[in-house]
Ligand binder design. Structure first.
Ligand SMILES: Cc1cc2nc3c(=O)[nH]c(=O)nc-3n(C[C@H](O)[C@H](O)[C@H](O)COP(=O)(O)OP(=O)(O)OC[C@H]3O[C@@H](n4cnc5c(N)ncnc54)[C@H](O)[C@@H]3O)c2cc1C
Length: 418
């Protein structure tokens, strides 16, 4: 067992649960399904929200590596995801006026509304007979590496005990703040304005603008439905939320942005997204500082955004969480709920997520350089074209999407068997 500092009381009684999951977002549900599939355990999920809410958030991209996890844990779920999402077969790097700099084929990627995916995951969890406890906001965790149990308190005054706590309670994770109190989330200076629009499209487009000094991503998520994500370097913002903006606020922001982009010469096909927006969210992205040294603290395991805040540019945010969940469940299948499983989980996943985060930063940097100065734009365009000529896509994207999480487990285990 990894020894960690934790200044919290020892819990002495028998635990009510062997494992629980805190956070019924995308990763919490994927973990519940993976544990059921690979270990036969029906692990209860405790979620803060009172119920599943439709039309929350905007859209996300599912890439090959994430889809592989979802297909492996539940074929029926996978088929439903294919039905509820939209594929795109091409990715284009463009200027804001619509001039295409480079185009690359895109295989096995799909766009989807985030709440629809969460809904399908929830349905799959219910089909498997896994309990989801809604309206359960964790307020306190008592654990210690020397203790055999963890006690959890909820905002409604109830509490429970568990031998293992899997925390997928999102980017502002209360569990993480308890087990690693010196680590804080800090806004990185990037804000994205995201939304759902009535625009038909068959490709993922990545324009960048020298005049507006921002770049963007547009991708299809259904019939006459697309997602727009406009990325700004903003020094000050309220970086809080994934919360959907009110209709009034969303309409005002879309109108203001559409006017600005129109004045700057953005192509009408991009402006259409803002003009037909159904709803939008404003999201500040950030980093943990200092970075987490561990993801396992005694009997508490972090995964998904709780362990690694999402980054906006590669579309790998949630796929990394699915890889976490499947890796953890497969290790528990192989080695049980043991210190060995948890150590391997940390070893395999921390280095992988670190690599993807670096690729994401490079992708964001490359796009922003195109938006910063004409000299940089010129050389970046050249660089993008060369990469796509030689690799048929951006190698940064491959680092995320071409990964095989099962192979990573085999690679980590085999040397130990020798
Ligand atoms: C409302 C919402 C909308 C989002 N919209 C988008 C989007 O449009 N596009 C996109 O790319 N990403 C979106 N995200 C982020 C995306 O879901 C995550 O980056 C990624 O999928 C990782 O998932 P996760 O399960 O680790 O975190 P999340 O999906 O954030 O899930 C965390 C869950 O934990 C719950 N929780 C938090 N604190 C507690 C607590 N104390 N006790 C119990 N439960 C708790 C939250 O309610 C949430 O359901 C959204 C997240 C949220 C919460």
């Amino acid at each position: 067992m990894c020894q960690r500092k934790a200044s919290v009381p020892v819990v002495a009684e028998s635990p009510q649960h062997e494992v629980i999951i805190i956070g019924g977002g995308l990763v919490g549900f994927v973990l519940a399904l993976a544990l059921e599939k690979y270990t036969g355990r029906k692990v209860p999920v405790f979620e803060r929200s009172a119920t599943m809410l439709p039309n929350v958030g905007a859209g996300l991209v599912l890439q090959q590596n994430g889809l592989k996890v979802l297909r492996d844990i539940d074929e029926t779920l996978y088929e439903a995801i294919l039905q509820a999402s939209s594929d795109f077969t091409e990715r284009t790097w463009e200027r804001h006026d619509g001039t295409v700099i480079a185009a690359a084929p895109e295989s096995n990627s799909r766009g989807m509304q985030r709440w629809r995916l969460q809904n399908l995951l929830h349905e799959a969890v219910c089909r498997k007979g896994i309990n989801v406890h809604w309206g359960k906001e964790l307020t306190k965790v008592d654990s210690q590496s020397s203790s055999e149990y963890v006690r959890v308190n909820f905002a409604d005054g109830t509490q429970t005990t568990t031998a293992w706590l899997m925390a997928s309670d999102g980017v502002k994770s209360k569990v993480r703040r308890t087990v690693a109190p010196d680590v804080e989330w800090h806004y990185s200076g990037w804000t994205s304005f995201m939304g759902i629009s009535h625009v038909e499209s068959s490709k993922l487009r990545m324009p960048s603008s020298l005049t507006t000094k921002c770049h963007a991503t547009f991708f299809p998520i259904g019939d006459f439905e697309s997602c727009f994500q406009i990325h700004f370097p903003l020094s000050s913002t309220n970086p809080e939320c994934w919360g959907t903006l009110t209709c009034k606020r969303s309409a005002e922001m879309c109108q203001k942005l559409a006017n600005e982009l129109e004045a700057d010469g953005w192509d009408e096909s991009f402006l259409q997204h803002l003009k037909t927006a159904q709803r939008s969210v404003q999201v500040g992205f950030g980093e943990l500082n200092p970075t987490l040294k561990h993801w396992v603290y005694g009997r508490v395991v972090l995964l998904g955004d709780a362990a690694h805040p999402p980054h906006p540019f590669l579309g790998q945010g949630s796929q990394q969480g699915y890889e976490d969940a499947a890796t953890l469940a497969l290790l528990i299948e192989e080695f049980g709920l043991t210190a060995k499983s948890m150590e391997l989980y940390e070893t395999i996943r921390m280095s992988r997520v670190d690599l993807v985060a670096k690729c994401d930063a490079q992708m964001g940097d490359s796009q922003q350089r195109r938006a910063s100065s004409s000299k940089l734009a010129f050389s970046q365009e050249d660089s993008v074209q060369r990469q796509i000529f030689f690799h048929e896509t951006s190698p940064l994207l491959l680092a995320g999407a071409a990964h095989d999480y099962r192979q990573a487990i085999r690679d980590a285990i085999e040397p130990r068997k020798l």
